[in-house]
Design a protein around this ligand. Structure first.
Ligand SMILES: [Fe+2]
Ligand SMILES: [Fe+2]
Length: 340
């Protein structure tokens, strides 16, 4: 919604004493923000930093360690490597995600600032992901860094369109889903790397995956609290996000010469081929969320929210039937990101 219209409606609501329930819900949860920050974010100085996992360029053994990284990088599966680069670009587009979250209704950067503290804390943890992966890929000698950087700049420049608007309910449903999806994808790259003898990359993706899991728990908790306060509206928001299908944050991905979003399907096909992130994972995440939010047993729903619940409960089976028909192209795509 346009900013001026939103401001006008807020004014009208105040004037007519129509309660803005979403804002009230956000303000209620915000009262517990100190506990939430402690529970779901780590103290900065005890947290891991990218340099803990990478060779120290001040050390005499640096070049030897880099040679080892490069030797192992050459042996990594092509699709897996492409997915790792795509994941890195997705992490590097963090400015897009932070600016979107700061604009969600109920997040106030000037007056009350509990929610903006959460978003800054989350961003500061997430920022380490792209930083670590980017440095690793630079050292690997198997990436055309300029091509990767162009894709990153394009992705930040193109933004995204994820269908949440400024709505906190839709936004936190989206982040719950997304943090689970990134957890799966980093975790899989970690285990494939371990199996191919690349212990360092396994460790790198493993620590990132652990952050994503912790963040997923936070967003799932936010939605659980919203279900206690405004069950019908959050049920409808969940239904709406699933009807629209949850798009990935990098759905506008492109490389040099491409139109917006042209590369995304190749990236997602590669992830499906090597089973780093599949349609089955999408369905599994939906089932986790249905369980975490106890959708089956939520009470006090209005009629349309009851219908939304029915739709959501039936959705995993519907998606399973559709996914059986999806064909993934077997042929690898040649990404400009990957040098020889
Ligand atoms: Fe991340
Ligand atoms: Fe994340």
């Amino acid at each position: 919604m346009d900013m001026t219209i939103r401001k006008f409606l807020n004014f009208l609501n105040q004037f007519m004493k129509i309660p803005n329930v979403r804002l009230e819900v956000m303000q209620t949860i915000e009262k517990s923000m100190d506990d939430l920050l402690k529970k779901y974010l780590k103290p900065i100085e005890k947290n891991w930093q990218p340099s803990d996992l990478l060779p120290d360029s001040k050390s005499p053994g640096f070049f030897e360690e880099v040679r080892e990284i490069q030797g192992l990088a050459k042996e990594m599966d092509y699709d897996l490597w492409a997915v790792l680069i795509g994941d890195t670009i997705t992490e590097e587009a963090l400015p897009t995600y932070e600016t979107w979250l700061m604009n969600v209704e109920g997040v106030d950067q000037n007056g009350r600032n509990g929610w903006s503290k959460w978003i800054r804390g989350w961003t500061s943890e997430e920022n380490r992901h792209g930083d670590l992966l980017n440095k690793y890929l630079y050292l690997s000698g198997r990436v055309n860094m300029r091509e990767m950087e162009i894709s990153t700049q394009h992705l930040i420049n193109d933004g995204f369109d994820i269908g949440t608007g400024h709505d906190p309910y839709r936004s936190f449903v989206y982040t719950s889903f997304q943090e689970l999806a990134t957890n799966i994808s980093h975790r899989r790259v970690a285990s494939f790397s371990k199996n191919s003898g690349n212990q360092l990359l396994a460790k790198i993706c493993g620590v990132i995956a652990a952050d994503e899991a912790r963040h997923a728990n936070a967003y799932i908790d936010f939605i659980n609290r919203i279900f206690e306060l405004d069950p019908s509206q959050v049920m409808l928001a969940f239904e709406d996000m699933m009807r629209k299908k949850v798009v990935m944050p990098a759905h506008f991905l492109r490389e040099t010469g491409d139109a917006i979003g042209e590369l995304f399907s190749h990236f997602s096909d590669a992830a499906q081929r090597i089973k780093v992130y599949t349609t089955q994972d999408y369905i599994d995440i939906l089932e986790i969320l249905l369980k975490e939010w106890n959708i089956e047993n939520i009470v006090d729903l209005n009629d349309s929210a009851e219908k939304a619940r029915d739709y959501l409960m039936a959705l995993p089976n519907r998606l399973r039937r559709i996914s059986e028909r999806v064909k993934i192209p077997e042929k690898q795509y040649e990404f400009k990101w990957i040098g020889i």
